[in-house]
Design a protein around this ligand. Structure first.
Ligand SMILES: Nc1nc2c(ncn2[C@@H]2O[C@H](COP(=O)(O)OP(=O)(O)OP(=O)(O)O)[C@@H](O)[C@H]2O)c(=O)[nH]1
Ligand SMILES: [Mg+2]
Ligand SMILES: [Zn+2]
Length: 283
């Protein structure tokens, strides 16, 4: 144990939250528990490897999560050295992450780190999220200039598919800023419903304004501008599918939470009614 004294607790300005993990396929359980990954953040690095990890739909999901928490995402594509055309991947990500900075990181090139320096300036806090093995800790070490975090290559005795980072670590960087290295995220469960979908899919929201029905579900309705846009190749079909899937999921979560809030309220009044009855009886 180290001798550490908490001298002051800062007010939480913002937080990156997700639904509690470990409740796979149990939406009900998951929707009851919030897991705060980190708080008081300036930037979220969504770290993806340009290997089998590369997946635009997953990036859209991360963006929705980050926007739901009203935070600023930056996409970091690692392992550019093992991809034949990393620039093409940057283009693909930029097409689904409108206006979000996208940076390439390659093990064989240190100049790629320079564009990341502004995120590390004094007073700034950046949290890293991404699957296990994408190179979050490797990136922390390279930015730090020293091996402060254990990485998969330095822990050779570890079995495949295991998480190398198992704790959430806040690292004060030599640049003056702070970086939070996280264990790999296996499942991006949502917690908040707060405009993330609209922010992550601005062009779909714009097309939706042209739908005939205000409550159009963009699945079968006549006069649906979104369905039209897909047919005309203006939006990729799988992007719309992902959008609809996440929208349903978030609405389900929100409904569930509101329903349980209603139930709590009802039970409270039931309790009050019983007390009133008891008082009346005593008289
Ligand atoms: N070729 C190549 N390999 C990389 C790069 N970045 C990281 N790696 C390798 O990817 C493996 C995983 O890196 P880590 O930094 O441990 O990954 P992590 O994201 O921290 O993983 P968890 O802690 O399990 O979440 C290691 O073997 C790294 O050497 C890169 O840019 N290029
Ligand atoms: Mg790690
Ligand atoms: Zn529609």
């Amino acid at each position: 144990m180290t001798d550490t004294v908490i001298s002051r607790v800062l007010v939480r300005k913002n937080a990156l939250s997700r639904g509690a993990s470990g409740a796979r396929n149990k939406q009900d359980e998951r929707s009851k528990k919030e897991q705060v990954i980190a708080a008081n953040l300036d930037t979220i690095f969504i770290v993806c490897g340009l290997d089998r990890d590369f997946n635009l739909r997953r990036i859209e999901r991360y963006l929705t999560l980050v926007y739901n928490c009203d935070l600023n995402p930056v996409v970091i594509l690692t392992k550019a050295d093992i991809h034949q055309d990393p620039e093409a991947c940057v283009g693909e990500v930029e097409a689904v992450a409108m206006g979000v900075p996208v940076h390439l990181v390659s093990a064989s090139d240190d100049t790629c780190l320079a564009p990341l320096e502004p995120y590390l300036s004094p007073g700034r806090t950046t949290a890293m999220v991404g699957s296990s093995g994408v190179g979050k800790s490797t990136l922390v070490n390279r930015l730090y200039g020293e091996n402060v975090q254990l990485t998969r290559s330095t822990s050779i005795h570890m079995g495949k598919g295991r998480h190398t980072t198992t704790t959430r670590d806040l690292i004060v960087m030599p640049q003056g800023g702070m970086v939070i290295d996280n264990p790999g995220i296996r499942e991006i469960a949502f917690w908040e419903l707060d405009g993330g979908i609209e922010a992550a899919f601005p062009e779909i929201e714009k097309f939706a304004l042209g739908c005939r029905f205000a409550n159009c579900s963009h699945t079968h309705e006549p006069g649906c501008r979104v369905i039209e846009a897909v047919a005309e190749g203006e939006i990729p079909r799988n992007r719309v599918e992902n959008y609809l899937k996440m929208k349903r999921e978030l609405e389900y979560l929100s409904n569930r939470r509101h329903k349980s809030a209603d139930r709590v309220e009802k039970e409270r009044w039931k309790e009050v009614a019983l007390q009133v009855k008891a008082i009346k009886k005593r008289r």
